[in-house]
Design a protein around this ligand. Structure first.
Ligand SMILES: CC(C)(COP(=O)(O)OP(=O)(O)OC[C@H]1O[C@@H](n2cnc3c(N)ncnc32)[C@H](O)[C@@H]1OP(=O)(O)O)[C@@H](O)C(=O)NCCC(=O)NCCS
Length: 163
C-alpha cells in the first residue's frame, strides 16, 4: 500500500514497512510493556506501515483484524500509531490516521482504535481524524507499573467516508 498527501509544504506518505527500514525512537509512556509477551503464534497478525515525511521515517502505524463474526462483513480493523517525539503536535498523526482509516474502510465497514483514558493527545487526534468515542474498556491493558489500565474505544464506520 502507498498513501500520500500534502501537509503544508511537506509531503506525507504511508507505505508498507520494509525489513531494512530504520525506525526512529517512537516510544512513549503508553507502550511501557512488561516482559511477559505472548508468543508469536498468539499475537494478532499485524500489518505495519512507515509514516514518512519528506523522505524521512517519522513513525509507524499498524493494523490487525478484529473478527466480530465469522464472515468478511463482520471483520473490523484495529489500528495503532506512534510518531517520534519531534513529529508530534503538528497534526501529522491526525492526518495519518485519517488517511489510513480512509484506506482501510475500503475493505471493512469498521475501523477502530483504542487508547489510554489519559492519552488526551491521541483522543483529540482520533476525534479530529473523524473517529467517534464509543466507551471505556475497563482494565483492558496491563503495563509495567503492574496496573490494568482503562482504554477508550474509538471507531469510524464506512458511512463517514467523504463522497
Ligand atoms: C498520539 C499521536 C499519534 C497524535 O499525533 P499528533 O500528530 O501528535 O497529533 P496532533 O498534532 O493533532 O496533536 C494532538 C494533541 O497533542 C498535543 N501535542 C502537542 N505537542 C505534543 C507533543 N510534543 N507530544 C505529544 N502531544 C503533543 C497537541 O497540542 C494536540 O493536543 P490538543 O488536541 O489538545 O490540541 C502522537 O502524538 C504520538 O505519536 N504520540 C505518542 C504515541 C501515542 O500516544 N500513540 C497512540 C497510542 S494508542
Amino acid at each position: 500500500m502507498h498513501l500520500s498527501a500534502q501537509h503544508g509544504g511537506s509531503h506525507l506518505e504511508i507505505r508498507d514497512l520494509a525489513a531494512d527500514d530504520i525506525r526512529p525512537d517512537e516510544s512513549s509512556p503508553w507502550d511501557d510493556w512488561d516482559d511477559d509477551w505472548l508468543p508469536d503464534d498468539e499475537q494478532p497478525q499485524q500489518h505495519r506501515a512507515a509514516v514518512v515525511l519528506d523522505g524521512a521515517i517519522i513513525g509507524t502505524m499498524s493494523w490487525h483484524a478484529v473478527p466480530y463474526g465469522p464472515t468478511r462483513g463482520s471483520r473490523a480493523w484495529s489500528t495503532g500509531i506512534a510518531l517520534t517525539p519531534t513529529a508530534r503536535g503538528h497534526g501529522l498523526g491526525t492526518l495519518a490516521q485519517r488517511m489510513l482509516s480512509d484506506y482501510l474502510l475500503q475493505s471493512a465497514h469498521r475501523v477502530e482504535a483504542s487508547t489510554d483514558v489519559d492519552n488526551h493527545a491521541e483522543q483529540h487526534s482520533l476525534e479530529r481524524a473523524g473517529f467517534t468515542r464509543e466507551g471505556v474498556l475497563r482494565g483492558a491493558q496491563y503495563r509495567t507499573d503492574g496496573l490494568h489500565h482503562d482504554l477508550v474505544m474509538y471507531a469510524r464506520t464506512r458511512d463517514t467516508l467523504a463522497g
